[in-house]
Design a protein around this ligand. Sequence first.
Ligand SMILES: [Zn+2]
Length: 328
Amino acid sequence: MAYSQEILHRAKVRLAQAKQAHEEEDAARISRIYREIPRLREIDLALRRTMAQVMAVTFQRGQDPAQAIVKIKEENLALQQERDWLLQANDLEEADLATTPICPICGGSGYIGARMCDCLKELCRQEQKNELTSLLGTRKESFDNFRLDYYSAEFDSRLGSSPRKLMELVFLDCQHYAKTFSLTSPSLFFIGATGLGKTFLSGCIARAVADRGFSVVYDTAVHVFSQFEAEKFGNFSQETHQSVQKYTLCDLLILDDLGTEMTTQLTISALYTLVNSRLSGGLPTIISTNLPVKEVESRYSAPIASRILGCYEVYKFYGQDIRMRPQD
Ligand SMILES: [Zn+2]
């Protein structure tokens, strides 16, 4: 998963904090037991010294090491027995005095060799979801909340069907797309007038795909292009640079409301770069627009229009503006 540097950094910080908290918990539990049963601490210290004693005896001159080692072993055994007895008498288990790594697979480093451990992956997934929530705001886009009854069920002869029937197909396809999303999924192009649910369904896909562990960036065209612009003119911060990288490298980019920005030569070239680099990198993108197809071409040039219309799956949204009846 191509998580951004920021997401990875936040996930690593959380893992390090969790590891520290876990170690502190272990240490606090063990020292509490030692405080209550001081003899246990003495025994454990003595047992730990055993190895050093064995080494020392082995290298001591003028003495028979075997005899000394036997003596140490005997003492050791006596200590072990006393320790077992103390544990039993105080209703304690061996595990109560043991330290355990926060993750038994990677020990809390987050990696097994060069591969990311599932524990760090899970934190990345959570951080990605948090970031999406901050971009999507407090709206609760989910397929369960999508209201098909907002679309007219009346037969429309121009459509050869009803908006509700057609939107049901769009809805089912979007749901299937989110459920089966992978890096080989197609890119989608949502077309339709304002207020027909394009943003809502994009949000549903964003949340569901991020929930499955993919890096998803959702942003409006106005903001995406302003970041490209800032980078182009050099008045950018580290944050801008990271945003532009995220748009290019995330597993799924959702570019909402194309056409609402001030279209300039720069936005056209930014869109061209974005569409092309993601297509050639095999990374799916969802673009939504209120513009009619014809205007996509006249506004963004024929090469861009043909790239999008030729390589993306096009979905038309039907019906009347449903924003007067906001989704629950
Ligand atoms: Zn791990």
